[in-house]
Design a protein around this ligand. Structure first.
Ligand code: DGT
Ligand code: CA
Ligand code: CA
Length: 569
């Protein structure tokens, strides 16, 4: 059992406890444990072997025992017991927007709905509107929710696919039969959701290489096994394809299997017009091979500048590569700080000092600490007075730090009428004011747009956090007019956040590109709730790159003194 599998078990336990209306704290402890295990960089099996399970944050005695049980038997008694009362399909149903635990149990008990398909059929037949607490409107919402989810069904968040892929890569590298190992496909392009993982290797002994691959830890079934290509499905449901490529044509294969398909089609057409042919074995002039060894060779042969994988979506990159005008994409090392994080003052796990220590290790020059405001009660939001005391503490910590500064910030809630949850005199005291929506997600688009515009007109607001509110595979974005919001943001000096939090990635790649084109600045923030989560910055950088962002589009590339100047305007 790998980290993700164990985390999934605890998430399912929390889901079922929620459906059964159990104690909130108990539910939270399982959720926290799952989140903590998911964010581990180390294999939980090796932590277990060292006897260090209890040192993992959020893991107490009883959960540690369950982890041990899972590692030893691949099962957890409590989990199995709970699944007897609530079929797994009901947990899927619970995730449909508009459903939730109460309604999921209601439709299960009264209509026998135990899968997404059954829920859709029941809603289409108008059977939901007759149930207490549901109506015609909820039924429509649920149908829309199912549609939204089905687009992402079967896909995996980038971070999840990446973790599995890295474990597999490490296993493959241990084998003498395998030489080079590279990721391809959507994983290499860092798409926010990944359908399957594509891995390319070289091998002097393909039979032995394939044998190693299909026996890797976590493989549930072997879908295909051949001399050059094999596919497996992991316990978590993720499919992994392995291809063995020739050393001499590795670059051509890497280019071909990185895709996207649409990018490949356009590149091939362009090569054809120049009298060339490209395929997974090389670039050809007539029957003569003119390039194949590296991707760079292929690009050069067809007259293009090298195109970073994140750009290969056929969104105009090929034309720009031909004319030498590709954007120079931002890199993680260009970032001097992180704008969004929480501490113990609201719902974070660490102190400002602990956050700073980690940030300094990462080579940053500053962070902004932005705890929640009072309206967000479930996240421990604070009022002006408590936040001022917290700022005093930050001042004390700052005195000890050299060449590094903690910016005093807040994540102030935008209330339904567009007013802010904290008073202006306090917001003036802040170095950084992030504003965000945490409730009232369902209002109509025009009302939501007005709500956000009103917040932006407050001179103190610097950044709009996780602008669409979406959670990957979980929650659809709320509705508003993005173009108008970008215009108002630019005219009022408000930056849009790119949340690097791996479940959010919000703004997404398309919206980042739109912000760039409209002259709106981007502020990347991890929304960290622990020091360790500051490492999530990488996921934000990938999305930024997919959105064509360059150094000059992103505020985090500026030194602290310039940030303070911009934000004091
Ligand atoms: P995914 O797995 O749905 O997240 O997306 P990809 O892009 O990883 O797609 P996948 O796994 O089907 O194929 C990997 C790459 O292989 C794809 O990006 C481009 C290349 N490829 C696969 N099939 C074709 C094809 O029929 N034509 C072309 N031009 N390229 C293909
Ligand atoms: Ca793929
Ligand atoms: Ca594939």
């Amino acid at each position: 059992m790998q980290n993700q599998d164990i985390a999934q078990v605890f998430n399912e336990i929390a889901d079922i406890l929620e459906i059964q209306n159990e104690d909130r704290f108990r539910i939270r402890s399982y959720r926290n444990a799952a989140a903590s295990i998911e964010s581990l960089a180390e294999d939980i099996n090796s932590i277990y072997k060292k006897g260090a399970l209890r040192q993992i944050p959020a893991i107490g005695k009883s959960i540690a025992e369950k982890i041990e049980e899972l590692i030893k038997t691949a099962k957890c008694g409590m989990h199995q017991e709970l699944l007897k009362n609530v079929p797994r399909g009901v947990l899927d149903v619970m995730r449909v927007p508009g459903m939730g635990p109460k309604h999921a149990m209601l439709v299960y008990k009264s209509l026998g709905v135990d899968s997404m398909n059954r829920l859709r059929r029941a809603a289409e037949a108008g059977k939901l509107e007759a149930l207490p607490g549901l109506g015609k409107k909820s039924e429509q919402k649920i149908l829309k929710g199912i549609k939204g989810l089905s687009i992402t069904e079967g896909k995996f968040k980038l971070i999840t696919a990446y973790k599995y892929a890295c474990q597999i890569r490490d296993e493959l590298k241990k084998s003498n039969a395998i030489g080079r190992v590279e990721f391809a496909g959507s994983l290499r392009r860092k798409k926010e959701l990944v359908g399957d993982v594509d891995i390319l290797v070289t091998s002097d002994n393909p039979k032995a290489a394939m044998k190693v691959f299909v026996k890797i830890d976590g493989v549930k079934e072997v879908l295909a096994k051949g001399d050059t290509k094999s596919s497996v499905r992991l316990n978590c449901g993720l499919q992994v394809d392995l291809r063995i490529l020739d050393k001499d044509s590795f670059g051509a294969g890497l280019y071909y299997f990185t895709g996207s398909k649409e990018h490949n089609v356009t590149a091939r057409d362009m090569a054809k017009k120049a009298g060339l042919k490209i395929n997974e074995y090389g670039a050809y002039k007539g029957s003569r091979k003119i390039a194949s060894k590296t991707e760079e060779d292929i690009f050069k042969a067809i007259g293009l500048k090298y195109i970073e994988p994140e750009l290969r979506e056929n969104r105009g990159e090929i034309q720009l590569a031909a004319s030498g005008n590709l954007p120079i994409l931002i890199r993680q090392k260009d970032l001097r700080g992180d704008f969004h994080m929480h501490t113990k003052t609201s719902d974070g796990k660490n102190t400002p000092e602990e956050m700073a220590v980690k940030a300094i290790q990462m080579g940053y020059e500053y962070i902004a600490i932005t705890d929640h405001s009072k309206a967000v009660r479930i996240a421990g939001g604070k009022d002006e007075k408590a936040l001022l005391a917290h700022f005093k503490n930050i001042d004390r910590v700052n005195k000890k730090l050299k060449g590094f500064v903690i910016l005093k910030g807040v994540e102030v809630d935008i209330k339904s009428d567009g007013s802010l949850d904290l008073e202006d005199w306090f917001l003036k005291e802040c170095d950084v004011v992030i504003t965000a929506i945490h409730s009232g997600f369902t209002m109509p688009s025009d009302k939501m747009t007005k709500r956000i515009v009103k917040a932006f007109k407050n001179k103190n607001v610097d950044i709009f956090a996780h602008p669409t509110g979406r959670l990957l595979k979980e929650r659809q974005p709320y509705a508003f007019d993005m173009e108008e919001i970008f215009n108002v943001a630019r005219d009022n000096n408000v930056a849009m956040e790119l949340s690097a939090y791996p479940d959010r990635l919000d703004l997404n790649d398309i919206h980042c590109r739109m912000a760039k084109d409209m002259g709106v600045k981007i502020a990347v923030g991890t929304d960290s709730h622990s020091a360790k989560q500051l490492d999530n910055m990488q996921w934000g950088v990938y999305t930024a790159r997919r959105g064509w962002l360059e150094k000059k589009n992103v505020l985090n590339t500026l030194p602290a003194r310039e940030i303070l100047k911009i934000f004091s305007k």
